[in-house]
Design a binder for this molecule. Structure first.
Ligand code: ATP
Length: 267
């Protein structure tokens, strides 16, 4: 991505109803939406503006999707970055990218900054495997966050599945002081996620999503979306115009086989 950050324009079609499960996360993020819609109301009431939200959960559970949905509902742009965009071996580059990101956000406010794989940027300082350069970059981030009063209309969001690796300083008040858990979906959540994705696919009426939800314990939202996508490919190969239950089962077997080969599942 280099040193520049892309500001994705408001995607108003994308809302919280595109996110299945993650009920607590959706509820927790409702006032971030309200704040971004009218920061002046928060200010007039003397209410503290949400500044930093840390989304914590396993890969593929919809953390990026949630950030984009918050932006979509609020009708604001989102700047998406990855923690590794800031890990540069050259002196000062990581820190200057952090400053460029903050500058870009101020220009685009109200907006959201979303940093994926945040542990690459916000990792604990003073650990033997952390370079001084990485620490400078993290310090630059803390300085930028502290330099925003909150009423600029910039909300920082970051996602990680390794919150145990984060430096405690990133959680201090005025920084990422809100933690939102985004766990793997439950059975009911999986059904909700399957319904969202199935609505966009030509499913045969014989497909019982409830059964599919029961057959997919441990699947993340991304894996469920992938399952339906693989099933669509099976249907296309068969020259069919609809996805059947058998296509989904075949796709599931294929995914399972891939996992066994990759050593993820031990039989
Ligand atoms: P990572 O930690 O690996 O970056 P993530 O938690 O940010 O993953 P997303 O990138 O948001 O996960 O998920 C990838 C895709 O999977 C989404 O664009 C969406 O299509 C689907 N998906 C994931 N979770 C959900 C969900 N809860 N509801 C609906 N779709 C989901």
């Amino acid at each position: 991505r280099g040193g520049t950050f892309v500001v994705a324009p408001p995607a108003r079609h994308l809302t919280m109803s595109d996110v299945g499960g993650a009920r607590e996360a959706r509820a927790d993020l409702a006032d971030v939406v309200a704040f971004l819609r009218s920061p002046e109301k928060f200010e007039a009431m003397g209410a503290r503006c949400p500044k930093g939200v840390l989304l914590v959960g396993p890969p593929g559970t919809g953390k990026t999707l949630l950030a984009r949905a918050v932006a979509g509902e609020a009708g604001v742009p989102v700047i998406i970055a990855g923690g590794s965009d800031f890990t540069e071996m050259y002196v000062g580059v990581g820190a200057s990218r952090v400053r460029a990101l903050a500058r870009r956000a101020r220009e685009s406010a109200p907006c959201i900054i979303f940093i994926d794989e945040f542990e690459a940027l916000g990792g604990r300082r003073g650990r033997p495997n952390r370079s001084g350069e990485e620490e400078n970059t993290l310090n630059a981030l803390l300085v930028e966050m502290d330099g925003m009063a909150g009423n600029e209309g910039v909300v920082w969001m970051a996602a990680t599945n390794r919150d145990d690796m984060l430096d405690p300083a990133v959680r201090r008040p005025g920084r990422f002081d809100r933690v939102v858990e985004v766990p793997l979906p439950t059975l009911a959540d999986r059904l909700e996620i399957l319904r969202i994705h199935a609505a966009r696919a030509p499913l045969s009426p014989n497909v019982d999503l409830d059964v599919i939800a029961r057959l997919t314990p441990g699947y993340s939202g991304a894996e469920l979306a992938n399952l339906l996508n693989e099933a669509a490919l099976v249907a296309v190969h068969a020259g069919a115009s609809m996805i059947t239950g058998a296509d989904i089962e075949q796709a599931r077997d294929k995914i399972l086989l891939g996992r066994i080969r990759a050593g993820v599942v031990i039989t």
